[in-house]
Each structure stands twice: as structure tokens, then as C-alpha cells.
Design a protein around this ligand. Sequence first.
Ligand code: ADP
Ligand code: ZN
Ligand code: MG
Length: 644
Amino acid sequence: MSSAQESPEKPQDKQPKIQGDGPSIWLQLAVAFAVFLVLSAGYSYVREYVNKEKESIPLSQVAADIAAGKIDKILVEGDSITATYADKTEKTSRKESESSLVQTLADYQVPADMLAGVHIEIKDESGFKFWLLTLLPIFVPALLLFGVIWYLSRQLRGGGGMQAFTFGRSLARMVSPEDEVQRVTFKDVAGAKEAKIELTEIVDFLKNPKKFIQIGARIPKGVLLMGAPGTGKTLLARAVAGEAGVPFFSISGSEFVEMFVGVGASRVRDLFQTAKKAAPSIIFVDEIDAVGRVRGTGVGGGNDEREQTLNQILVEMDGFEPNEKVIVMAATNRPDVLDPALLRPGRFDRRVTIDLPDRKDREEILGVHSRQKPLGPDVNLAVIAERTPGFSGADLGNLMNEGAILAAREDRKEITQYDLLRSIEKVMLGPERRSHVLNKREKEITAYHEAGHAIVSSVLPYADPVHKVSIISRGRAAGYTLKLPFDDKRMQSRREFLDDIAVSLGGYIAEKMVFGDLTTGASNDLQVLTALARDMVTRYGMSEKFGAIALEAGQGRAMFGHGLEGGEMSSELAAEIDKEVQKIVGEAYKKAEDVMTKHRGALDAIAKALIEVETIEREEFEKILIANGVVPKKKDDIIDPPLA
Ligand code: ADP
Ligand code: ZN
Ligand code: MG
């Protein structure tokens, strides 16, 4: 039951890891072992068979039998001796390797005339049997071992375990400039005009380094792209490479933090080496915050591996000859946590911020993503852009895709406007779960809960107007109230925050007021509004008590009033903050409660309509408001106090 402005889960652009879902490693080892057993048994059998029915006797016996005249013939193959007796039986024996048979027999005092009577044949050791017997014991285990390693490595590749074999090799992916399929250019990136202008310079340098070098210009080594997830940072970096026509090596920060200590650093070394060989080129470190967090704060558990990797990146960047023609690009959505050493001149000293797209940009992005999709005549991307404030490029790409899926599912050849409108909510809130059936009581509670959000949002002046209310569950929410601002907002004011908190409390208060009881349905609302109230106090300087002081630098790291650790807040300060947060929430609570008491009629009417039809669109909703004496908001009555 959320007041649905909660951002949808942003798609992660990490490479999916293929989890080996084959047999477990133990089973595989057992199979390998069994194969080994069978083969060795087979080998002994062969060996046995070859020597079958030949009695083995000591050399002294052979000597004695020759002396006694019992032996007709002797075959010598290397050190092995086969004696054929007068009765045609064969017996085997072995001699020392160093001395010849004749010599040995003489040593055994075999009379020379008896020896002369024996036919001695000496064969080269090249028979099949010899090779079989000598090489098998060496080759079979070697072959087996090799086979097992090959098999395991095939199983593990891509499953995260392969790194055990590739060790320090960087797992960088390369996009070569000849790769037409993967090649991305600025044309594929809509909006982001300022960023493109900044990056054009980099493209220029990579294309035409001489021009810059001759005039003695120092070219930036590092460019840091900063922006919310899904705003197209990765896309832009690839577009720079595509525009410049240079190889693009990319690796993700999180991949460094994966396995053995020391591997990250050697991967960095390897990556830089490869890129230098291919210069001019671009190295792209995605999600650099995974390795580039402030060192030594203990945040992230003081990961040694991370620090080593980061140090190596710094060392490599410092080690660039001026004009090496390799440019390092990096992307992060958390520039606030980056180690200052990364931002020093000579490293990532160019910083490009990519904002969430505004209405115009959103329309362009939708355009880019509808290039290969047949759109129906009624499609108006401007309207979709208007309805999607806060959407990132990735969300918009997702929206177009969902629209196409809806059309395909219904066997249509074109995407309609209605497909796209439905997709907005799907991207925002997750898919509808119509199968999630509420019982009568739950339905009533959900209806009043959402009606509570909706009425507060409609009445309070700084809250956003309601576009849709529904008690069809979506994603994790049992119902939702869709509010959209009239314009894109870049900044939010204290008044807006207070009204937002009041709107979030609307569901909770409605439940309490109407049913005299509370449900777990409000828990997400409470989390969101508490976090907002806390940020107002600790980050935005919006509390009376503390005023214009930032107490936290994001991520709960204290900037002010820290205790012995240097990072944590003193408990007195924490208690003061909690008090201020409570005060803000209390204020908003009072406001929301007043609205609901005053407009109880409208609340009941909205809830009743919801129970009946489950989803109310804006027009219908405003009719109910008017019927109950609430004037719906219009764009122009945003009330800003006159400038003093
Ligand atoms: P980030 O790296 O900032 O998280 P990505 O570059 O991975 O975001 O963007 C994800 C996807 O979103 C891209 O592959 C692209 O399809 C889409 N996208 C994001 N921004 C834009 C844009 N400005 N123009 C066109 N598509 C975009
Ligand atoms: Zn709610
Ligand atoms: Mg990215």
C-alpha cells in the first residue's frame, strides 16, 4: 500500500552470471574418479593379458637351464628375456639393463659351448607391446588429469569459478571499433546535451591527438561520469569510443571485489597494459564506487582487496606518460562516497554529471527506443513523456519494450498509445497481480488506505495531484495511488516535503480512523516518510533546532558531533535528531488528520468507489472530489508566496 511515487527497482546493468546448473561439483569429481578406477583396472588387465601364460623365472634359472641344454631359443627385447624351451614352453625373465645377456650368462658360469647351442635373437624395443607397456602408465594418468581439468573448467566457466584459472587476467570486455553490431554513437544517446558537449572534446582528442599535443595541451587522463542509475552513463562511455573509433575496454568495479586478494590489482595492471598496446583507446571502469570508496573509514569492512585495487588504479593513472592516448572513463551513481584521491587533478579531474532526463529529453529517448518498433497512428510520445517524470533513460527503454510486449501478446502488429500508458505503471510499480485476491475485509481496508493517501494529496497545496487510485495489487504494494507533479522537479522545498510526509501518513491515519485498528500495510509508507523526515533534519537543514547544518554526509556518516571513532555520531546528538524527526512527522500527522476529518465525506466516497470498481482514473476521481466539495488542483494554482 504505497503512495506510488516510489521509484521502481532500477534495472542493474551488471553482466548476468550464468550459474552452472549442471550436476554438483562433488558428483562430477565422483564421476571422474570412477572413470579413473575403470581405466586403471583395464590397464592392469591388459598388462596381465600380454604376459599371460608365461611363467616368470629368475635369470639364474635361465642360466642353469641353458647349462643343462633345456633351452632352444632366447629372445631379448630390451631388458626382458623370453626363453623358449625344447618342449616349446616359453618363460620370461629380466636381465640387468647395464650388461649384455651374453656377458651376464658368462658371469653365471654358463659354459660357452652350451650357450653357442642356443639361438639368441635380439629385437629392437619398438614393438607395439613395448610402447603399450611403457607409455600407458605415463599417458593414461596424464590424459586423465588433463581431461578432468578441461571438463571442470568448462563447467565452471562463466559460473564465477573460472577465475580460479584465469587469475590475474583482466576480465575486461572489449568492443572494437570495427564491431558494427555493438557500436554505439551519440545518435543512440538522446538528451544529455551538456554531457555530450563535454565528451565531444574527448572524442576530438582521441581522433586527432596531434592537434592537441602540438599546442602543448594536457589532455585529461580521467573522466568521471556521475548520475543516477539508468541515466545512460555506460551508454555514453561506449558512445565516446564509438564516435572516436577506438577500442573500448570495459570492466565493472564490482568485478574487482570478487575473489582472491591481490587479483584485483593484477587485473588492473593487465587491463592498463592491454589498453596501452591498443592506444588510442578507452578504459571504462563502471561502478567505480565499488572499489573507489573512501579508504580507511571502515565502511564496507575495510576491504584490503578493494584498497589494493584502488591503489593500483591510481598508480597506473599516474604512470601514464603524458599523452599516452589512453583515456580512463569511470561511472558512478555515488560520487559522494568516492575517495578524494581519485578526484585529484591528473586523475578523474573531468567530471560530467548526467541528470535524469527532463520532459523534452524523455520524449527524445522514447523516440530512440521506438526506432525499430512499429507505432500505431494514435501514439503520442509527448504525452508519455509528460506522464513519466523521474523516469531514467533505462526506465523509458524498459517502458517501450513493455509496450511492445503487450502488443505482441495480443497479436497486434503495432504498438498503441494504450499499450504505452499501461506500461508506465508496470515499469513504475511492477506488474499487476490480479490473482492476488483480497477478502472483503482486506479490500475495505486497502480501499480506505488508498483513499486516505488520495484525499490528503488532493487537498494539501504542495502535494502532487492524483492521477489514478487503485486497489489492484502491483509488485509488493496491495494498492497504489499514482500522483504526478505538474512539472519536472529539480528541487524540493520544505513545504513540499511536509505535504509529502502527510500524504504518506494518509493511509495509516485512514485505517486508524475508520477501523480503529492498524495493519502491516502501512509499513513501507512509514519507512519512506521516516527516512524523508530524517534527511530533512540531517542533510537539508530543514529543522528548527539544528538549522543550516548538514549533520550527515549521506550513508549515515556523521559530519558533525561524531564520537571517538570519527565516523559515528554521539548518542546525545542521535537522540536530538530523533526528537526533531518526531516533531516533523507529528506536524505532518496533524495536518493529514485535519484533512481527513474535514473531508470525511470525500474519503468515504472514494473508498466506496474503489471497493466497487477497484481502479479510478483521474477524471472519475475528480468528479468524486467535486461532488464532495473538494476543488481539484489545477496547474496554475501552485501557490508560491510572493518574493519578499
Ligand atoms: P547507467 O550506466 O547510467 O546506469 P546505462 O547506460 O546502462 O545506464 O543505461 C541503460 C539503458 O538505458 C541503455 O542501454 C539505454 O537503452 C537506455 N538509456 C539510458 N539513457 C539513455 C539515453 N539518454 N538515450 C537513450 N537510451 C538511454
Ligand atoms: Zn500506503
Ligand atoms: Mg552503468
